[in-house]
Design a binder for this molecule. Structure first.
Ligand SMILES: [Zn+2]
Length: 390
């Protein structure tokens, strides 16, 4: 699967720009000279994966994002990119053949019996889920391919089902295939990246991604999430990796009630310094928006502007390191808050670092002392692996 990478760069630019050049041509040329475009990987097909009525992970999430993006005026800076589906061979860079087969079988049952198949307490397969999930996994590889082009500085992958709870041999928490893990291994295999940084700001611990790369020093996984919170068994700061992967798994467990302030504090005091020391070749982000103050899935208090500020820091970091970034949609269940926060992210990714102003955090933390004591504990836990924490 590398349809895009087989197209020469100059031709690809013409192909992917051709449908969108027009009234915004001059805006595009301006940004081409400064920041580059954002590859926006999306497709209506992702709405075909169904869950039971009232399930929070619903097709409307993506429809709301498309509406908000269209309304925002940022469209002139996006390259609308059509994803290619992952083959079963592509999926096997993360998932076991027996698991892929099991998912395929469940899809057959869904079609034959014309009903949803329940895989666990909250993960379901509908008739088209297998195809849609393969397309979501393929979209993650498409995003990596587009980053190889000179005029694209970042990617945003708006897909469902999400991926960061899925493990090599097991679905979990609405996730079938681990899209970001597939992207990370694809980036290593096809672009030769040696150090991949994954930052997960979804409100739930990215336990699937942690599990897949726990002994792998080539992937540095950092997750900031509400703790305690689902999935409960994982996410504390003493989960540092095993074997050669020790020190390359870093959890930032935020107390319930953490607002913009605490999330930015975690970024500035932990993610920023350790990223500079790690010197990644690429940054991938599990971009979940369920820490939003309007999202009933958590008790956090992040605003839409707060997500914009986090994305601004991401943009500054990737520019300082002179590398590219790809964001992969995970959670976010208040559709309007999700859609607005995605637009805030895209706006930040479109800016040059000099255009990103230092803004005051809007919401404070309910338990600032608890947060500070956890961050101190974390620094102590990791000072044997990273000098920046000494
Ligand atoms: Zn989540």
């Amino acid at each position: 699967m590398s349809a895009l990478s087989s197209i020469p760069s100059a031709l690809l630019k013409i192909v992917i720009c051709s449908s969108v050049l027009g009234p915004h041509l001059f805006g595009r040329l301006y940004y081409y000279k400064t920041m580059g475009f954002i590859s926006f990987v999306h497709r209506n097909t992702f709405r075909l994966h169904e869950n039971p009525t009232m399930h929070p992970e619903k097709p409307e999430r993506l429809a709301a994002i498309d509406r908000a993006v269209a309304k925002s005026g940022i469209g002139s800076l996006l390259i609308n990119t059509t994803p290619c589906a992952a083959s079963e061979n592509d999926l096997s860079i993360v998932h076991s053949p027996s698991y892929i087969e099991q998912i395929e079988e469940a899809a057959k049952r869904a079609r034959n019996e014309n009903k949803l198949i329940q895989l666990d307490s909250d993960t379901f397969m509908s008739q088209q889920t297998f195809e849609v999930a393969k397309l979501a996994a393929g979209a993650s590889m498409t995003a990596i391919d587009t980053l190889a082009k000179d005029d694209i500085s970042s990617s945003f992958v708006a897909v469902r089902p999400p991926g960061h709870h899925a493990m090599s041999q097991r679905q979990m928490g609405f996730c079938i295939f681990n899209n970001i893990a597939i992207a990370a291994n694809y980036a290593r295999k096809h672009l030769g990246h040696k150090r991949v940084l994954i930052i997960d700001w979804d409100v739930h611990h990215g336990n699937g991604t942690q599990d897949i790369f726990y002994d792998d020093p080539g992937i540095f996984f950092i997750s900031m999430h509400q703790y305690p919170h689902w999935p409960y068994e994982t996410g504390w700061l003493d989960e540092v990796g095993v074997g050669e992967g020790k020190g390359f798994n870093l959890n930032i467990p935020l107390p319930p009630g953490t607002g913009d302030q605490g999330h930015l504090r975690a970024w500035d005091s932990i993610i920023e310094p350790v990223s500079h020391e790690y010197k990644p070749d690429i940054i991938l982000v599990s971009a979940g928006y369920d820490a939003h103050q309007s999202d009933y899935m958590s008790n956090q208090n992040v605003t839409t502007q707060g997500f914009g500020m986090l994305a601004g820091r991401l943009q500054k970091l990737s520019q300082a390191l002179d590398i590219k970034t790809a964001c992969f949609l995970e959670g976010g269940y208040h559709t309007e808050a999700l859609a607005e926060s995605v637009v805030a992210t895209l706006n930040a990714l479109a800016k040059a670092p000099s255009q990103i102003e230092e803004e005051e955090s809007i919401t404070a933390d309910q338990a600032p002392e608890e947060l500070e004591s956890r961050l101190q504990l974390l620094r102590k836990q990791f000072d044997q692996y990273w000098d920046c924490f000494k």
